[in-house]
Design a protein around this ligand. Structure first.
Ligand code: FES
Length: 429
């Protein structure tokens, strides 16, 4: 090879790099321009992006605070509807003691003790429920976003949707709520790996927390947000998310409508018709390592999590939130299915306080279901090992967990919502 050839090769290499950089810059410019076009097209028929409460509180307290034990009183300082149909409402909470708040990890939840009125009997009962924090940490308030429950849920201890509807119908600005310190093991890993956030329906709430925390911190890791809803009627924080995507080149917003309304327009209201599934992820994401965070309704979780594993995503890169009675059994961790066996020795479960000894035949999913099916009252909240409400002392015997709970139990106790007995068992409950 002559010196001239070498010079020409180097020159060609430099030209190729310059062309590539120019193409990338052009693509980014076009993307911003498309966002701008969309916004201008929608002007006049959309409400402006809702400011967050932090926009009204300029002096953010930097004092570090520790988590608290038990329940602490919080005042509702602001209520904001986040969707067109006003079925999703954000509640901004500040402690009544006016002391600083501990930071939380984006993705964690709050546990509430709520006094709700039974519609039939008119009696007030206390229930415990968990709601994901929906804003980033570091501000003198916590925010949750609650969807009015329209469909029945499998919660045998209280009428369906009672806590969410209680928030919508009865919790007003100025009211005081009892709240446990933020908890949960579903949170954003503090590294620089690109993240894929998948939120289905109200499962968007922990994703909002992760998204806001990442952008607030000035982190430039790539964020892919896939948000699946029915249509524009339940599309929460639409102007806010569009504005974020416009401002931040590292945010790639993909909204999926399962059932668009006649006036819903692709590219203006949503990007894809259908559900968020692995096919869409494979078509959209480039080939590199991501951390996936998934939260949504049960059918989405039950199909997407195994599909991600089938795609080859390492299980340590798949994180998900599974509130409610159903837990997702991951392929990588599942054991042989447990079913009632004719020849398995009977297991006696004794509930000391109620003085009942019952035979466990393996047909109940968990000890909590077993107790409730037999009329024994056990307090519960998330029903998925996340809040600690069903923590019960084991007097004798042992249990297994259906999956590793998020809540760290005290020694000598178990979480009944995710536990099954492995031998004769005596519980304090
Ligand atoms: S009900 Fe929340 S941990 Fe069992």
């Amino acid at each position: 090879m002559t010196t001239l050839h070498l010079f020409l090769y180097i020159l060609l290499g430099i030209l190729a790099q310059i062309t590539l950089a120019a193409l990338l810059a052009g693509y980014r410019h076009l993307r911003s321009y498309q966002h701008l076009q969309k916004r201008m097209a929608g002007m006049g028929d959309e409400t402006p992006a809702q400011p967050r409460l932090k926009d009204f509180i300029p002096n953010v307290s930097k004092t570090k605070a520790a988590p608290w034990d038990g329940f602490r009183d919080f005042k509702v300082v602001r209520r904001v509807f986040e969707d067109f149909d006003q079925n999703i409402c954000s509640f901004y909470l500040q402690p009544t003691d006016e002391l600083p708040l501990p930071d939380f990890k984006p993705g964690q939840f709050l546990t509430f003790s709520l006094d709700v009125q039974d519609i039939k009997s008119g009696k007030t009962e206390t229930i415990t429920r968990c709601y994901s924090l929906s804003d980033g940490p570091g501000y003198p308030y916590y925010r949750i976003s609650v969807k009015r429950a329209l469909a029945p849920q499998n919660q045998p201890d209280v009428p369906p949707g009672v806590s969410s509807n209680h928030f919508h119908d009865h919790v007003q600005e100025g009211d005081v709520l009892r709240v446990r310190t933020p908890s949960g093991h579903f949170f954003l890993a503090p590294d620089t790996t690109p993240i894929v956030l998948v939120g289905g329906g109200i499962g968007i709430t922990p994703m909002l927390s992760m998204l806001n925390a990442t952008l607030d911190a000035g982190n430039i890791r790539d964020i892919w947000l896939f948000y699946g809803v029915s249509n524009s009627s339940d599309h929460a924080l639409k102007p806010y998310l569009e504005e974020l995507a416009l401002k931040h080149d590292n945010l790639h917003l993909h909204v999926c409508y399962g059932h668009p309304l006649p006036d819903d327009t692709v590219q203006s209201d949503f990007h894809h018709q259908g559900y968020v599934d692995v096919k869409l992820l494979r078509e959209t994401l480039s080939y590199q390592i991501y951390n996936f965070y998934v939260c949504g309704p049960r059918p989405m979780m039950e199909t997407l999590i195994p599909a991600l594993e089938d795609w080859g995503v390492p299980h340590q890169h798949i994180h998900y939130e599974s509130f409610g009675p159903a837990s997702i059994i991951r392929k990588s961790t599942q054991s042989a299915p447990v079913s009632p066996e004719q020849d398995a020795p009977a297991i006696n479960v004794t509930f000391a306080k109620s003085g009942e000894t019952l035979v466990w035949d393996g047909s109940s999913d968990t000890l909590l279901d077993f107790a409730e099916q037999n009329g024994i009252e056990i307090s519960s909240g998330c029903r998925a090992g996340g809040c600690g409400c069903c923590q019960t002392k084991i007097i004798s015997g042992e249990v297994d967990y259906t999956h590793m709970p998020d809540f760290d139990t005290e020694p000598g106790t178990c979480l009944m919502c995710v536990a099954r007995p492995t031998q004769d068992l005596t519980l304090e409950g």
